[in-house]
Write a protein that binds this ligand. Sequence first.
Ligand SMILES: [Fe+2]
Length: 613
Amino acid sequence: MIVLGISPLDKDATASLVVDGRVLFAAGEERFSRVKQQDGFPAKAITAALQAGRVRPEQVDRIAYPFLSWDKEAALIDKSMAAEQEFQSTFRAPGLSRALAAARARVPQRTEPVQGLASPNQRKRKGFLKELFYRVAGASEPWSKRVATSRSRDWAQRAAQEHRHWQGELERGLAQLGLRAKLERSEHHLSHAANAYLASGFERALVVTLDGYGSGLAGSVSLGEGGRLERLADLRFPHSLGSFYEMVTSSLGFRPDRHAGKIVGLAAYGDPDVLTDVLLGRADRGQPGDLRLYQNLNVYFSRHLAAEFPMVDVAAAYQRALEILACDLVRHWLARTGARHVVLSGGVTANVKMNQRIHEVEGVEGIFIYPNMGDGGCGTGLAMQLSWTGGVRESIRDVYWGPEFGEERLLAAVRAAGLECERPASMAQHLARCIHEGWVIARFDGRMEYGPRALGNRSILYHGREPKVNQWLNKRLGRTEFMPFAPVTLWEARSRCYHHLAGGEHAAEFMTLTFDCTDFMKATCPAAVHVDGTARPQLVRREVNPGYYDILAEHEKLSGSPSLINTSFNMHEEPIVCSPEDAIRAFLDGRIDGLALGPFFVANPKTKPGQED
Ligand SMILES: [Fe+2]
């Protein structure tokens, strides 16, 4: 059965071609349109998917879309909001003024600079009037309760309108392809659960989905067994860990839909003990296995904290509270089901540090996080579910599911840019030598990665010997990050570099969780180790990506380090490159020293390798 999966149109619209549960092609529209997290009908990605699979539109059996019709979504939203009102009126949150006064006394003095902040204890000051408003609207009952109610109502109205809008666009797009009649819709969290569980390879696993919103829910708990999913619990919107984290991301000055990872990085500099108790006091922890968060959509509460407390401590508290709430949930359902494996999906599970904590929960023997954990992966998940032929299969080997380009096209792109290229006898040896000598190298080879992470085929590589690379290379690439670049490490060297890998090795092939680093890793690749001693590696096996693996192996011979820095090949706020033309443009814009384009090597005529700026 041939199923075309289309992920929600509101953000990061993605097309997937799935045949009998196997993904033949999957890519986000953003890679083709060159607009980050492109919304709308993914016409270009669908065309690429059908071309890659040599499938004509009329051969598609079903179209999978992971949301219900807009009127059903609106009814579910209304139901969730009514339940929230009841919770708001009965839950007794602890008094804030005393708790915040105690928290203020816990703020440490700091002198160590935090890269990207003007001072280590920088607050998000907004001026007297705004800050007064934040205090009243966010942290002073009964006004804050009224504001929370009104924001929930506004959210519900806006969401219903958006569902209606995207439904129209979806149906028009499908009608143009003659596929409107084949559209099949599903409840949202089934699609997250399906992508994670069916791709995990686990026979029996606890399946937890956590996101912002989907079909009245903010998450779900299921048991996956024998290739089938049984829903155990619904986690109701707006008690959403996604919204919880979005509030603080926005309040600290970042884009809530895009920059949550910056908060994870920032959190490592702060002291979670300053404010975590205050946040946990607003969670109803009397109902294990569920999530209930007081005034969760009232952004002025986190705005108030961001104005009053150091940004690093606010980030640290939200991160710690998230980890505690998620781990409590997992612990409860592990005990109820007796499961020993956990699979995760949903936008919240992009939080690599939370995933580390879940991996460390006692009794967890294996973990898998779907590599495209956000809504971009939902169309794929539902398409897998609809075309699954039963039973359990081996876990996915890789996610190189996007387009690839032949040598002629690569050469044509080089020539069109007026560049010279060579064809080294051994690209791996050539690149390893360049990297060892301090070149910044971009690698463009094979099929493009699916999902948010570059996994070697559209990657920038550099040695990890110098921590300061995190400043100058980010500047050159037009990025601000609080987390260091991530490492890629040879599979065979994994235990030399990371602690407590057991059960998380396969998940680490997709950069989906952090691990504590060994002293060897800290000594040989310090640029990839965060201030808390962790890193979020990609482990690479030769059978999965030999060209990529061989670069690392050759580099290890020269340097003794089995790891390199791997960061996505793109420019500031642009999607990861897709075509060879994108690659050459980003190569020149980013002043990258060398570009490996398939078998061809291009040296940048305008850079001086080994020089920072
Ligand atoms: Fe979702």
